[in-house]
Design a protein around this ligand. Structure first.
Ligand SMILES: NC(=O)c1ccc[n+]([C@@H]2O[C@H](COP(=O)([O-])OP(=O)(O)OC[C@H]3O[C@@H](n4cnc5c(N)ncnc54)[C@H](OP(=O)(O)O)[C@@H]3O)[C@@H](O)[C@H]2O)c1
Length: 281
């Protein structure tokens, strides 16, 4: 897959600092490794300080980049203040909201509503607040990127993953809208609709799968797609599945609705070029 931004062009647009919410483990750690290889400095946000420090130490010693850590609960009431303090003084070019919880899925009525609301806080409230906060900075700067981690689950509701799938649908739709709003300001937004990915959390929750993707491939492919369209599905088999599930082209829909809303609200509309779901193969 040809990347839109490579080498210096990638660093100029998305460097010198990247922040990853949920960057200590799994797919978030894979994003951190790929970005450190490219020479970007990193702010890693997660809760467990020792895991954060372990990941940061490994990245510093292997890649020689600066790595800062911030122990922040992304569902906390003071989320924005904590992230603002952690970002203070950093020239941020790329923000990745990776954290999301598939933990404790099962029959809707067998968990308290507070359990499902907690999933919404992590997967919807967090990306909304931080896309708003970081989006202001990046749009004022006139270049940068935001990756919002969604899931193939976002394409359809399902028994036993009810709230997880619904929260990820929020992420997919949020990314589509922000792609259209931020793109003309020089900020590329992409929602990553990952399929099964071989992380410790995935193995613990499901017992694992031989078909699960390597987290590194998810990160490499998603970063290569950044700037090319609103939503990306890593993995050729996953892309084929997504195409079958959602055959109506999205970009003309996003643009038609954006045009109508721009007219209704008296706001500008900008036509953007984009590729569908990363379905290039
Ligand atoms: N793995 C898959 O098969 C798969 C498939 C589709 C989509 N996804 C999505 O991809 C993302 C990453 O999945 P993963 O399997 O890599 O997960 P993971 O290994 O559990 O990593 C999640 C990261 O988020 C952090 N985190 C979790 N809750 C947090 C909170 N409340 N506040 C701050 N940080 C928090 C974790 O660190 P701490 O626990 O220390 O806070 C960790 O750094 C999720 O959004 C998931 O829904 C995964």
């Amino acid at each position: 897959m040809d990347a839109r931004y490579e080498g210096e062009a990638f660093i100029n647009r998305f460097g010198p600092w990247a922040a990853i919410a949920g960057g200590s483990d799994g797919i978030g750690r894979a994003f951190a490794e790929v970005l450190a290889e490219r020479g970007l400095h990193l702010l890693l946000i997660a809760r467990d300080e020792s895991k954060l420090e372990g990941t940061a130490d490994a990245l510093r010693s292997t890649h020689g980049v600066e790595v800062r850590t911030a122990s922040i609960d992304l569902t906390g009431a003071d989320l924005e203040q904590g992230v603002a303090a952690a970002l203070d003084g950093l020239d941020l070019g790329l923000f990745i909201y990776n954290a999301g919880s598939g933990r404790g899925m099962g029959p809707f009525l067998e968990s308290d509503a507070s359990h499902w609301l907690h999933q919404m806080d992590l997967s919807c409230r967090g990306p909304l607040l931080l896309s708003h906060q970081v989006g202001r900075t990046l749009c004022a700067r006139g270049r940068g990127g935001i990756v919002i981690m969604s899931s193939l689950s976002s394409l359809c509701g399902s028994a036993y993953t009810t709230t997880y799938a619904a929260s990820k649908a929020f992420d997919t739709i949020l990314a589509e809208g922000l792609w259209q709003e931020f793109g003309p300001k020089g900020v590329d937004v992409v929602g990553c609709l990952a399929g099964s990915t071989d992380t410790e959390t995935f193995r613990e929750d499901t017992g694992g799968s031989p078909d699960a993707m390597d987290p590194r491939d998810v990160a490499v492919e998603t970063l290569a797609f950044l700037g090319r369209g609103p939503t990306f599905v890593p993995g050729a088999a996953n892309r084929a599945g997504a195409k079958a599930m959602w055959p109506v082209p999205r970009i003309p829909l996003i643009q038609a609705l954006s045009r109508v809303n721009a007219e209704n609200f008296g706001l500008p509309y900008h036509e953007l070029e984009g590729e569908e779901f990363g379905i290039l193969d």
